[in-house]
Structures are given as C-alpha cells and as structure tokens.
Design a protein around this ligand. Structure first.
Ligand SMILES: Cc1ncc(C[n+]2csc(CCOP(=O)(O)OP(=O)(O)O)c2C)c(N)n1
Length: 639
C-alpha cells in the first residue's frame, strides 16, 4: 500500500485566494505537492494523467497572477484540468474523478464557478474566450480572459477561425499555447512542424531587442525579471510569426515549468496588454512522473495504476475489443484491395487505424484534430476511385456533419464511416457518448447505415463496406470488448438492407439495432420463462430498412419492440415511420421504441448507465410487460 503524499503547503491552499499568500519562492514546492496529489488520485480513479502533469506550474502561475473566477480561465479539451480542480475547492473530491456522482474528468460549468466553460471536445477555447472577452467589454466589465490551448488542438479549423476573428476584433484576450509537442499520438501536420521550429529557437531575438519590443508594446519599461526569464528561455521570437500576422502580440517560447519565466510574463501581460496576446509556453507532457515522461502517449489516459512501478491495471479481456477487430479486419481487406485507404483525425490508436498505419503507412492518413477536413479529404479521395475508411468516433463525427451531408452524401461519394464509441462510454460521460450518429446519418438520403450486433458482425460490415461502392456507408460499434463470439476467417458481404432473425417465436418480437442484441436474447429467456414466445431479430440496417422483415414481425406478433443505443430519431423512429405509412400500426399491434432517455446521461459504469436508461435485460422485459398491460413479478433475472 502506498501512503498518501505529504502536502503541508497544499493543505493551506483551498482556493486561488489562498495561493495569493504563498511566496513566489515556495511555488515549486507547491507544484510538487499538487503533482503528488494528482498522481495519487489518478492512480486510484484512472483518467487523464499526462496532460495535467504538464500544466501544473502553468495552472498555479495563472491562479497566482490572475483573479479567477472573475478573470476567466478556459481550458481547451479540459482533460488537463485536474490540477486546476485541486486548486479551486475540489481537492476533497478529487478521488471521485470520473466516478458515478463524482467530479467530471473535464471542466464543467455546473461543477464550479472556476469552470466558466465546459469542454471535452477540442479546439473551442479561443472562440469561447473571445466571446467572453467581447461580452465583458460590451457589458463594461474589465476582466482578463485566458484561453489555454494545446499544440494538438491548435491544428483544428475552429482554432484558426477564432484566431482570425480575434485578431480582427482586437479584443483583450490572452491565448496560452501549451506546446508539449504531443497530441494523444505524436502530432502531425505543417502547423506542428512550424511550432517545433519556433520552439527550437532558430529565430530568437537578443535580450535587448526583445526588451525594446516588449516596451514598445506594453508601454512600460520591462520588468527585470522578464529579462532574466527570457535569458533562460533563450530569447523571444523575432517578429513576423504567423500569430503576429494574424494580429496577436506573440510572446515566447518560454519554459512552462519555470515560475521565473511564467510569473513575470503573466504579470506584465495582465497589467499592460491591450489587444490579443498569444503566449507560447513549452511544457512536457507527463512532467514529474518518470513513467509518463517516458511514454507520453501511453500515459495520456490511464487505467488505475501502481504509483511506484507505473504499471497500469489491466482487466483480463474476455474477447477482443471492437476497435481491434475493426483494425484487423481493415488490414485484412486492405491486403485484397489496394484502393482501401484509412483516415483518422488524431486518433490512430483509439480508432484502431494504427494497425493499418503499420501495415500500409502510405495508405493511412492522420490529419490531426480536424474531423471536418477528414471527411471532405475522404470525399476527395473517393472521387479519385479510392475506398476511404474515415474512422471517427461517434461523438467527434458530430463536428464533421455538414461535410458528411454536403461533401459526401449529396454527391453520392462512397466514403466509408467506421463509427467507434457508439453508445455509452462510461467514465468520459455525456460529452463523449455516441448518442446521435444513427439519428443524424439515417436521415440523409442515399446513406447506408449499419450497426454491428457483435464482433463477427463487425467483420462482415467491414467487408460489406469495402464491397459497397454506390454511395456513403457507415457502421457503428461500441467502446470496449466484444461479446466473445467466434470470428470468421474473413467477413462476409451482407446484403444491403437485410436483417436477420436470430431466434423465432410467436407473440413478442424484439427488433434490435446494434449490440443491445445480447440483452434482447437474455430478455427473451425471461419472457419465454413467463410463457411469452419471443422472436429476436437483428436489423443490421437502419437504412435502408428491411421492410419485409418489419412487415413479417408486425403481422405475426402481438408486441413489437425496437431497441437501440441511440437517441430518439434513429432506428426506431424510421421503423415507426415506415409502419405508419404502411398502415401496420392500424390493427392493434402493440409497438414500443426503446431509445436513450432524453437526458444528458452522467458518467458511471456502462452497466449502471444501461440500467438507468432501461436498455438492459430487465428494462426490455419491463417494456414488453408494460405493452401487454402486465407488471413484472418473479421473472428470472428481470425482477
Ligand atoms: C474534436 C475532438 N477530436 C478529438 C478529440 C480527442 N482528443 C482528446 S485530447 C486530444 C489531444 C489533444 O492534444 P493537445 O491539444 O496538444 O493537448 P495535450 O493532451 O497534449 O495537452 C485528442 C485528439 C477531442 N477531444 N476532440
């Protein structure tokens, strides 16, 4: 057992106001204590480790210099905010991070007045900060607004749109570019190379020159401490950087782990800046914890781990994950068809596309955090006869929706969309849940929309998507491991728009779309035990619907239940629409459509989330009984 870290100084700092009383010279000690506290907490909860460790000094320096929460501090993505939570009144709950009823793993307005903006998806902080800065000015309030954004998140279009607007508005906004030269994976792209060139110090100006420049801009003589900081940081960048051309005053790079560098620069900007300022801060992801320093990608997000060895707890998998089944199936198919190419938006490991990257590097593209671009880039590849697999999590595909509509679907281009993390994701909570993809995709004309019921089905769907060249096609599958079915040597090509009957019965029909099939089969056992003969069908397609299957189920059963792990407006809605147009609802059939509840479901373990949503075995049985006007008593596991 490891004992809790000794934190005498941190014990005196409950809120940023307490930080004001700490001597500058004691801040490195406080940073060590915050780090220890964070490592200890995350070792027990799991969560995002590397990013937070990298901004400990930066977070302390900002709260020391600025007057939060009246000054607004906005973290991009929010996964690096654990030190901020420790310093803003949430230390006593830090070991509830990402647990049911615990602290969110991201910033959240509802959680604290120190979180002025909620995040989890990247590259929003400059836009939100600019809105706050302009809003404050309009309201006649003088306050500082500080947006922290990582070098990975800076690669997204939204960040550039905001920089462009901020430069033109000349608003008083402080952007801190936290450059640790890492996204989750190593960053890609010309922007990343540009930042690396800036940080490598090829274009630094001398201390005196810098002094003149700062004096000119800030209108005061430059603090001696700044001069010292700059000496340490090897000087300030010469004029003419991209950020300056966009209208920002650009300071840096400075060492983001040195209070001697951070404090004087932040104080000067606080006291003297007028228009938009960009401070380029260089940090190390995982700083202060050797295992995380040595492998920034593996310690970006972690399971519970042993603090001494760094070894992460690994649950023994019962089956391969959907992600790895997808990755392997795509590599296999790519071996048969050299037109297959893969696209990821900064998530090669998360999407399983790293397997294709390894096998076929020239056919795999990591475009950075740029989902919109990823989709249209895939569309362009499709026009040249390629078979792009544009692999994006359900939640992040939301950002590329107009591109799916306008650049892919309207033009009928055969882009394949493997959609991972479809449905609940557990500890990451509502920002990461894959709730809407079926709804927003199945409503598009000529889109084919599939959901895999298990990992063998996923393999079939990869092959089906390779073979289907008539337009866009998507297939969704959840986070986590499969159900343990045997995998075929190679996937089969499914007939487009055809579902399958998995179990035949006569009174109740359960029509499942996706991996809730497993619970449908379990619920069927309970229903049979209660004397209700039950059919279970796997729809496979939300679009095109299997009309024949629906007619058959509707005509030969008393109850028909659709079930999916998605929001209203998805599969079930399409089934109901079809049934109403065919008059299948006119003859006393009892129909229920089971979807995600119309709430933002909070983080918890997936099983708890399914139970709360009523989308588990017991919930299905309850729904059937409800449709029949009965209450559930003494029915197997459902009671
Ligand atoms: C729109 C969007 N796409 C993808 C992600 C997944 N994601 C979370 S953090 C991250 C890397 C962020 O890198 P950076 O901004 O450099 O921050 P760091 O983790 O290095 O501190 C990615 C790709 C996301 N949160 N949002």
């Amino acid at each position: 057992m490891t004992s809790l870290p000794a934190t005498p100084l941190l014990d005196t700092v409950k809120l940023p106001a307490d930080l004001k009383k700490v001597d500058d010279r004691d801040l490195p000690k406080l940073a060590r204590e915050v780090r220890d506290e964070m490592i200890d907490a995350v070792s027990k909860t799991g969560g995002h480790l590397g990013a937070g460790l990298g901004v400990v000094e930066l977070t302390i320096a900002i709260h020391k210099v600025f007057n939060t929460p009246d000054d607004r501090l906005i973290f991009d993505v929010g996964h690096q905010c654990y030190p901020h939570k420790i310093l803003t009144g949430r230390r006593d709950r830090i070991r509830t991070l990402r647990q049911e009823d615990g602290l969110s793993g991201f910033t959240r307005r509802a959680e604290s007045e120190y979180d002025p903006f909620g995040a989890a998806h990247s590259s929003t902080s400059i836009s939100a900060g600019l809105g706050m800065a302009v809003g404050s000015e309009l309201a006649g309030k003088k306050r500082n607004v500080i947006s922290i954004i990582g070098d990975g998140s800076m690669s997204a279009g939204m960040a550039f749109e905001a920089l462009n607007n901020a430069g033109a508005l000349d608003a008083r906004l402080i952007v801190i570019l936290n450059d640790n030269d890492m996204s989750i994976a190593p960053p890609t792209g010309a922007m990343s190379a540009y930042l690396a060139r800036l940080a490598s110090g090829r274009a630094y100006m001398g201390v005196r020159e810098m002094g003149k420049k700062l004096t000119g801009y800030l209108g005061r003589s430059v603090d001696r401490a700044i001069t010292r900081a700059v000496e340490h940081a090897r000087g300030y960048v010469t004029g003419g950087t991209m950020f300056e051309e966009l209208g920002f005053y650009h300071i840096g790079p400075i060492d983001g782990h040195s209070f001697d560098h951070l404090l004087p620069v932040l104080r000067n900007v606080r006291d003297n800046a007028h228009g938009p300022v960009l401070i380029h801060v260089v940090t190390q992801k995982g700083k202060g914890y050797p295992p995380a320093e040595a492998a920034a990608d593996k310690y970006h997000g972690v399971n519970k781990f042993d603090v001494i060895t760094g070894a992460q707890a690994k649950a023994k998998p019962n089956a391969p994950s959907y992600t790895s089944v997808f990755g392997d199936a795509l590599v296999q198919e790519a071996g048969f068809d050299d037109k297959i190419v893969g696209i990821t938006a900064a998530m090669p490991d998360g999407t399983g596309l790293s397997k294709l990257q390894q096998a076929y590097p020239s056919r795999t593209f990591d475009v950075g955090i740029a989902e919109q671009h990823a989709v249209t880039f895939a569309a362009g590849l499709a026009t040249e006869g390629f078979k792009p697999f544009c692999a994006i999590y359900s939640t992040f595909l939301q950002r590329g929706y107009d591109q799916v509509v306008h650049d892919v679907a309207i033009q009928g281009l055969p882009v394949r969309f493997p959609i991972d993390r479809a449905g609940f994701v557990g500890a990451d909570g509502p920002t990461h849940a894959g709730s809407f993809d079926t709804t927003f995709l199945a409503t598009l004309p000529n889109m084919v929309v599939m959901a895999a019921a298990d990992e063998a089905e996923l393999k079939h769907m990869v092959r089906t998507a390779v073979a289907y060249d008539d337009g866009p096609i998507s297939f969704r599958y959840p986070r986590g491991e499969g159900v343990g079915v045997e995998l075929p040597e190679r996937g089969e090509i499914l007939e487009i728009g055809k579902g399958r009957i998995v179990k035949e019965g006569s009174k109740v029909a359960l029509l499942s779309f996706g991996t809730r099939l497993k619970d449908c089969l379990l619920a069927a056992e309970d229903l049979e035990a209660a004397g209700l003969s039950t059919t279970v069908a796997d729809a496979r397609f939300a679009k095109p619907l299997d009309h024949e299957l629906i007619r058959q189920l509707a005509r030969h059963h008393e109850v028909l239940i659709t079930i999916e792990e998605g929001a209203v407006g998805g599969f079930g809605s399409h089934v109901l629409q079809f049934m109403s147009s065919e008059g299948l609802l006119d003859h006393g059939l009892k129909v229920r459509s089971m979807v995600l509840p119309d709430i933002w479901m909070e983080q918890a373990s997936p099983d708890v989330m399914y139970a709360k949503a009523g989308l588990d075995r017991a919930g299905i049985v309850r729904t059937v009984f409800g449709a029949l006007g009965k209450t559930v008593v003494g029915v197997g596991a459902a009671g």
